[in-house]
Structure formats: C-alpha cells, structure tokens
Design a binder for this molecule. Sequence first.
Ligand SMILES: [Mg+2]
Length: 403
Amino acid sequence: MGVAEVAFALGFTVSFKGIAVFPPRAMNAMPILEIHTDQYRVPLEAPLSDSTHGEMTDFGLIVVRLVDEDGRVGLGYTYTVNTIGASAVWKVIESDLTPLLEGADPSAIDMLWQRMWWHLHFVGRGGMASFAMAAIDIALWDLRGQRESLALWRLLGGSRPEVPAYAGGIDLDLPIDSLLSQANGFLDQGFHAIKMKVGRAQLSEDIERVRAMREFLGPDFPLMADANMRWGVDQAVSAANALSQFGLYWLEEPLVPEDLEGHARLGRETRVPIATGENLHSVHEFEHLMNYGHVDFPEPDAATLGGITPWVRVAKIAQGKGLPVTSHGIHDVHVHLLAGVPNASYLEVHGFGLDRFLERRLQLKEGKAIAPDSPGHGVKLDLEELKTFREATYSSGLNKGAC
Ligand SMILES: [Mg+2]
C-alpha cells in the first residue's frame, strides 16, 4: 500500500497538483455499498436523421445505480448515437471507475468528480471518459437529492420549476409537407418554440425549408435551426447570412466546435446568434470557445460533459460573461439544471427521449417544462421493460443484484 492509499484509508485528503484527489471520509457518511451498471441497445420508435449521423435507428444507453447504506438508489445515465462507443463507456465504468466508488462518501461529489477526472486523465480529459463520468455524477446528484429530500432544481438553488422548452425536430430528410405537419403536432403538444434541421446538400433547399416554416409559424414564433456541424467556415458564413432574413432565434452548430477561429469569424461577419456545445466534452473546451471563439447560447449536455457538476460550472462561466445557457438531450435531467440556474434559456425536448420507459414523462404547460418536486431528479426507468435490450451488466458491492 502506497502513501496515498494509507492516507486515504485514514481519512486524509491527498493533494495532487493542488487538487484534492481522495476525499476524507466524514464520520457520519453513509458510504456507497453497491454499484450497478447496465448497457442497453434501445431501438428508436422511428428512424431519425441529421446531417452528421445520417439515419439513426437505435441508441446506446448506459445506466448506473448507486446504492447507499440506507438502501437509497441514485440513478444516472448517458447515451450514445447508434450505440457507437456504448460498450467502451460501460467498460470504463466497470473496470476503472467502480473501484473508486466502492465505500466512498457519495455526498463528496466534487471530490469524487476530481478523483474520477485524474484517474482517467491520461486517456480522458473529455471524449468517452466524460460520458462514463456523467452517468456516475448524475447518479451521485440524484442520491444527494434523495438524502436531503430536495428536488434537484431546489438543491441547485432554483426558485421556480418552470423552464421554457422547445421541440427539437430531427427532420433533415422530411419533405416540406411532413416538416410542417410535424410542426403542427408540436404546436398541438403545447410547444411555443421549435427547432428544425438544416444542412441539406444545397443551401437553396435550406432556405426554402426555413422560409416554409417561418411562414407557417408566423414572424414572432421562436424558431431555431441546427446544422449539426455540416459546414466549413465559408459555407457557414454564407448560410448564416442567407438565413438571417428569417429571424432565427439561433443557428446551432454551423461548424465543428473545435474551430475557434471559425466561430470568432462567424461572430464578426454574421448577425444570427450561434448556439453550440453538444459536442464539447469538458469545461475547458467551453472556456476556450467562450474566451477565444464565439457562442451566444452555450449548449452543454450533462450526459456527455461529465455530469451535472461540470454542467453547472459551464453555466456559471456563461453567467459571468452575460450569456444564457441552453441544453441538449436528456431533458428529464436538464429541466432541473435549467430551473436551478439564473441564466437559463430554452430546454431542448426531442425524440431521443426515454419516454416509453419512464414512470413520469416531462410535463409541459403553456410552452414551459415543469421540473418535478420529488427528491433528486425523479427519473424512474422501467428496468424490467428495458431488460429486453440489455447487452451488458455488472454489479459490484456487498449485496449484488439487490436492487
Ligand atoms: Mg444540436
């Protein structure tokens, strides 16, 4: 046993590069007793398409459950497109992160997050490592909410549960009449804002489609457009300027997110607000984008950024720069996060949802999503129903398989 392990066993904090790596064990801590990690391949109800991924028929779902001494279960999850990378994310949790969590104090979330980050540092600092950390971090926050009998949005300091929400259409290949009938369906569901895909082979097709949507929805209806990184910077500048006549609320991911110079140029040469960030996987990447590139609506995804802990950090950095923050995916968790910060913009609600496996679906009222008031995030998955789609499972702890 090395010095660090001895110190940890005795409950001391060990510092590495100025960062506490091992959290001290609180005298009254109720440690994590069990860790369950499951990987699923979930078919989509209907194939979806965008300009980056082409046709999507299923998604990978990795679910982590942490059980404390009182039998409370914190649930966290992440996802991948078409299941690509799902087994690698599951394996990192099973082999590399589970041993760090056994017996740890789940209330020391920041410390555990740093511990995971440095443990994976050489192969991590974003990418798939952030997906694995996300599932665990979300489970830790859920557990904390349950232990403190507080809904996640209250735990974060929110004062009201309502968040403006938009319907995210994944509709690049829909003909225009289907696009409009989809929009009509969103209006019937109570949405007061809609996002559509752009990035067709010809810019003229995008212009025709956005014009049709604008005419259908009226001049003041919040309409966003998402290019899913389809363009190079010259194309993006041309497209943004051509689409500016339609009063878009934002243009999302015109470029790959690491092109800081390209984003800076978009900020200088176009007038359409830019949203991006769903393909950034660390706080540092967001800092670089905000400091050296350009973004009007940072769009972190807790499920791919490393969890709720870094999501809140990005929101606070954005707040310091006078920027709102939006979300991507897992709307059942993000509704809490946006309700918990003062600089919230719209919540994305889209067809990648887990609705058919949820005990409680996202509630919408007059264009706003309502975060539930039950302890934690309140997401309850029907694991029996999901079992059909399970591809891998692992349990660690004293009472394997008890939950
Ligand atoms: Mg997007």
